[in-house]
Design a protein around this ligand. Structure first.
Ligand code: CP
Length: 300
């Protein structure tokens, strides 16, 4: 029997996962999704989770929060801007203080790469990575891959990324998971050296705009201004897409940048953006289900 991608440490990274583990996880997500209104997965005694977000978020934070509530989790929001960090306390000291309270789980987002791993070394409870700098966003990638799995379980998805890949943790996680799942991955050639180096480092091909028509999915990535991006995103227009091409984006979308405003107004049937939101929620529910079911090797 293979092990779950959710360990007693939580879910920090897409590391050393096997396709079989991911497929088994998707089977469980699907089972939980279809049994949504049943009580079969009501779990144990209520627990309290901590949401520690050091960057803005709408989708990920609310999705984790809402998904956890389905399992009786109550939440404490750590408002870092109103905390003793402002008085000069170090993050390490703050998390050591927080570790003295009992948590079922801690969900973290932070602008520094590796932050979730660092927090995991400071805490005794499971930690879920909701985005660490440019490095990873594992549950975003799982949600997107789960959606594609539902749309075509055996399909070898042809996906092209468009936009500011270099600064995108979503790109890194989706590419990594896409590699595990056997997707045919590529990057739109945009004349930007960073994009070329990024594609090379992941061993994926660069394609011309004229080839977007052949792709199953064009996956857009926002220009990451909060990470100093001055990136001129090559806007994709409706006529660049094939009949079968679907449009994905982790959000938030700035229409008129990586995707033209016409994609929003003229291509409604191609957009998978809201389906991505639902899939992300389902995946996070399953992460909690897996996590809360585990024998607690670490204090919760
Ligand atoms: N996709 C994503 O991480 O969105 P938020 O920043 O709104 O969480």
């Amino acid at each position: 029997m293979s092990t779950s991608i959710v360990s007693s440490s939580g879910l920090l990274s897409i590391e050393n996962w096997a396709k079989k583990q991911v497929m088994e996880f998707f089977d469980r997500v699907s089972k939980y999704e279809s049994g949504r209104r049943g009580a079969s997965y009501a779990l144990g005694t209520p627990k309290v989770g901590l949401l520690a977000f050091f960057e803005p978020s709408t989708r990920t934070r609310i999705s984790f929060e809402r998904a956890g509530m389905d399992f009786g989790l109550q939440w404490v929001h750590w408002d870092s801007m109103q905390s003793s960090l402002r008085k000069g306390e170090s993050l390490r000291d703050s998390f050591h203080v927080l570790d003295r309270y009992p948590w079922g789980v801690v969900v973290v987002r932070h602008p520094d790469a590796g932050f979730a791993h660092l927090v995991s070394s400071w805490l005794r409870c499971p930690v879920l990575n909701a985005g660490d700098g440019q490095r990873e966003h594992p549950t975003q990638a799982l949600g997107d891959a789960y959606l594609l799995w539902k749309l075509g379980k055996r399909k070898k998805w042809k996906i092209t990324f468009v936009g500011d890949l270099y600064r995108s943790r979503v790109a890194r996680s989706v590419l990594r998971l896409g590699g595990i799942l056997g997707y045919e991955l590529s990057v739109l050639r945009d004349g930007n050296r960073e994009t070329e180096l990024f594609a090379k480092s992941f061993g994926v091909s660069l394609i011309a705009k004229s080839s977007l028509k052949k792709q199953d999915v064009v996956y857009g990535l926002r220009s990451q201004r909060e990470r100093g991006s001055l990136f001129q995103v090559p806007s994709v227009e409706p006529e660049d897409l094939g009949e079968q091409t679907r449009v994905m984006h982790p959000g938030p979308v700035v229409w008129g940048e990586e995707f033209s405003k016409r994609i929003q107004t003229e291509c409604d049937e191609k957009l998978l953006l809201l389906e991505q939101i639902e899939a992300g929620y389902e995946v996070r529910r399953a992460v909690f289900a897996d996590l809360l079911k585990k024998k607690e090797g670490r204090r919760a």
